[in-house]
Write a protein that binds this ligand. Structure first.
Ligand SMILES: NC(=O)c1ccc[n+]([C@@H]2O[C@H](COP(=O)([O-])OP(=O)(O)OC[C@H]3O[C@@H](n4cnc5c(N)ncnc54)[C@H](O)[C@@H]3O)[C@@H](O)[C@H]2O)c1
Ligand SMILES: O=C(O)C[C@H](O)C(=O)O
Ligand SMILES: [Mg+2]
Length: 491
């Protein structure tokens, strides 16, 4: 199946053109004929008989990139020196680095940040370990931990291959919420070992963001770590996704004039994200949720090896519908896809109730391509940044951890998640709400601010905030931007 990887994907062709044999105009028209869109031309070197140029071309799929290169290679007088992909260029050497907050300018500075003066700080923390929150990076640092077992929708691609995603999450934590985050990819996929390692790492961190760990082991890992650690542990693929999906649904049903509680919802992909989305929907009052995985609808008349599916069957599908996605989606108001590419067909959407809402959230390739679905849906959303309505956990994790760190929460509670969903939804005003805008952009700075405020309030309400309110309020007054270099000291 060919689904576009996004109009903004581009390649840069470095070409040496022999002036006698070929003109740049000829190359440009061939590239356009094949379907490439030239967006920039840079002259790298101009000789008497040749010219070297970098041609940046937008392509709609990677196959087109390959075709383009092989056609250009065949043109007489053209030498392809190099083909670079802008996405790969952005990954060279990784995407993040550690930067000291202050320079060490002289011997005096050296003796304070390092031996011997640093020892006094160590001893202060030894006397009272909670001082680590004010005197070390713990205060503002989250570990982004993965074992590489369920990376995006790519499956078990291992810890090295998971790193680019985890680095990306760390960038987003910092840029959007001023949270320092370290990607940590583990060379183990064993539940007990992951728990042991994360517990051993915990003294360094103010929070643990578990990422792309396959279900069902992700449930036990998160639950045990939450119980055994005194810092927030949050499995982003479960709760970040559920929070943002609920936020999108609150606005989507408002737009189409339905009540969420009366909607028939089909969730496809009953793994980490699917189970968490369902729990959140049930908590929000939805009564008719049907879960579908590879073998069809999950139903209480069957017993499953996966104990979480037995729980799922007992709490969903009240009419005990059986069968494939195409069978159970008939008459549904909402489709939530957290499964894999191309699972949903146009005919399935056509069989849904009027004004269908489709959240095709599998990454990087959704359950149905938006251009295919759009003529038949009222509201369409994906997890990707290159289409309108991006339902992606990036709208949640930066703000929820910002809030949790600021009030020094020991946990992230259900109340905090619900508050985050409502806060995200509230960023879109009634006047702004439209089919193309049910969820705010990742770049809307009000998202993190609103989530942070709502999460802090909910943390105090649920009794997990450990900082006195006045200190938290002072922290909040600084704003997110000030977080970058913030340093205040309280013992
Ligand atoms: N947009 C977002 O914010 C967001 C967040 C989390 C996950 N996701 C996406 O959701 C998907 C699942 O992520 P996860 O962490 O829950 O993974 P997971 O491995 O825990 O669960 C995936 C589930 O989907 C099922 N599945 C796969 N292909 C299917 C198909 N063709 N038909 C029916 N069921 C199918 C699997 O059997 C499994 O139960 C991934 O594509 C991921 O990228 C998106
Ligand atoms: O990484 C993303 O874009 C969202 C989500 O965490 C996923 O696994 O797909
Ligand atoms: Mg993920």
């Amino acid at each position: 199946m060919s689904i576009s990887m996004g109009a903004k994907t581009s390649i840069i062709l470095r070409l040496k053109l022999e002036k006698e044999l070929v003109s740049f105009g000829k190359i440009a028209s061939i590239i356009s004929e094949v379907g490439g869109d030239i967006i920039a031309i840079d002259v790298i070197q101009e000789g008497k008989t040749f010219t070297i140029r970098d041609i940046t071309v937008n392509i709609t799929d990677y196959g087109l990139g390959d075709r383009l290169v092989s056609i250009v290679k065949e043109i007489s007088g053209v030498h392809v020196i190099n083909v670079s992909d802008r996405t790969f260029l952005m990954h060279l050497g990784g995407k993040i680095e550690t930067v000291p907050k202050m320079p060490i300018k002289n011997r005096d500075d050296l003796s304070r940040v390092y031996t011997p003066e640093v020892a006094r700080v160590c001893k202060a923390i030894q006397e009272k370990s909670s001082r680590a929150h004010s005197l070390t990076i713990k205060r503002n640092t989250v570990a982004v931990v993965s074992d590489g077992s369920a990376v995006l929708g790519l499956g078990n691609i291992g810890p090295e291959a998971a790193m680019p995603v985890m680095e990306g999450k760390a960038m987003l934590f910092k840029q959007l919420a001023g949270v320092d985050a370290f990607p940590i990819c583990l060379a183990t996929q064993d539940t007990e070992e992951i728990i042991r390692i994360v517990k051993a790492l915990a003294p360094t961190f103010g929070g643990i963001n578990l990422e792309d760990i396959a279900s069902p082991k992700c449930f036990e890992i998160e639950q045990r770590l939450s119980q055994e650690l005194d810092i927030p542990v949050f499995h982003d693929d479960q709760h970040g996704t559920a929070v943002v999906a609920l936020a999108g649904l609150i606005n989507a049903v408002k737009l189409v004039g339905k009540d969420l509680a009366d909607c028939k919802v089909v969730v496809c992909g009953i793994g980490a994200a699917g189970i968490a989305c369902t729990k959140m929907l049930l908590a929000a009052g939805v009564r008719d949720v049907i879960g579908v995985d590879r073998e069809g609808a999950i139903v209480a008349t069957r017993r499953y090896e996966n104990s979480f599916w037995n729980w799922y069957a007992a709490h969903t599908n009240p009419r005990r519908l059986e069968g494939s996605l195409s069978e159970v989606i008939k008459g549904a108001d909402i489709f939530i896809g957290v499964s894999g590419p191309g699972v949903l067909k146009v005919e399935d959407i056509q069989s849904m109730a009027p004004d269908p809402i489709v959240f095709a959230m599998a990454n990087p390739v959704p359950e149905i391509a938006p251009d295919q679905a759009e003529p038949y849906v009222r509201v369409m959303a994906t997890g990707r940044s290159d289409y309108p309505n991006q339902i992606n956990n990036v709208l949640c994790f930066p703000g929820i951890f910002r809030g949790a760190l600021d009030c020094r929460a020991s946990k992230i509670t259900e109340e905090m998640k619900l508050a985050a969903a409502q806060a995200i939804a509230s960023v879109v005003s009634d006047e702004e709400l439209s089919e193309q805008y049910i969820i705010p952009s990742v770049f809307n700075s009000r998202v993190v601010e609103k989530v942070r405020e709502a999460v802090i309030e909910a943390a105090y309400q649920s009794g997990v905030a450990r900082r006195d309110r006045r200190s938290t309020q002072k922290e909040m007054a600084k704003g997110i931007a000030a977080k970058e270099n913030a340093f205040s000291f309280s013992m």
